[in-house]
Write a protein that binds this ligand. Structure first.
Ligand SMILES: CC(C)(COP(=O)(O)OP(=O)(O)OC[C@H]1O[C@@H](n2cnc3c(N)ncnc32)[C@H](O)[C@@H]1OP(=O)(O)O)[C@@H](O)C(=O)NCCC(=O)NCCS
Length: 153
């Protein structure tokens, strides 16, 4: 059975293992465990109680920032990331606050075709490019594409 729900403290060890499996340059354990808490809306996607994907999203004033999303390599290109982000957008739009979240921002490596395709397919727009923003595995640098999605009711 597939579910999407809040990623909570008890999930972090399992989710961090997925982080390490999914990214060429994964976050450190300290970074992963500290991007949690009151200012975050983090979701997990499970299949038969196993975490297959997660997203990490920070809320600041009327903006949300998608810091991380990952889907297990064996479950990719089945629409799961799109499902997870659609759920995140739905949750952001239904947050009960006197200052609604107006936009969802993210940055992505210029070479990450899968992620860029995912974000375009959801309706994110490219805002700008940050030159040489990311380190690469071979010790060089890579541009970041900054994208945003407008949350409308
Ligand atoms: C990026 C990532 C989350 C996509 O997950 P996914 O579950 O495979 O994505 P989906 O199946 O929901 O695909 C969504 C769209 O992107 C497209 N897509 C996904 N992977 C693709 C690929 N490798 N090449 C081209 N398009 C791709 C799909 O065809 C789909 O397009 P459509 O809606 O027009 O049909 C996954 O590849 C991943 O975990 N990568 C490693 C971590 C990462 O790079 N995260 C993003 C930066 S933090």
């Amino acid at each position: 059975m597939k579910t999407i729900s809040i990623l909570n403290h008890n999930d972090l060890t399992e989710a961090f293992a997925l982080e390490q499996l999914c990214h060429t340059l994964p976050w450190s354990k300290m970074t992963f465990f500290s991007n949690q808490g009151d200012r975050y809306l983090n979701l997990k996607l499970t299949i038969d109680n196993k975490i297959i994907g997660f997203c990490i999203c920070q809320l600041v004033a009327d903006e949300a920032n998608l810091f991380n999303i990952a889907i297990h390599p064996e479950f990719r290109q089945k629409g799961l990331a799109k499902e997870l982000l659609n759920k995140l957008i739905e949750e952001l739009m239904s947050l009960n606050s006197n200052k609604p979240i107006a936009s969802l921002w993210l940055e992505v490596r210029k070479s990450n075709d899968a992620a860029i395709h995912l974000y375009h397919s959801l309706g994110f727009n490219q805002i700008t490019i940050r030159k040489n923003y990311y380190p690469t595995v071979d010790g060089k640098q890579e541009d970041a594409i900054i994208m945003a999605y407008t949350l409308t009711l």
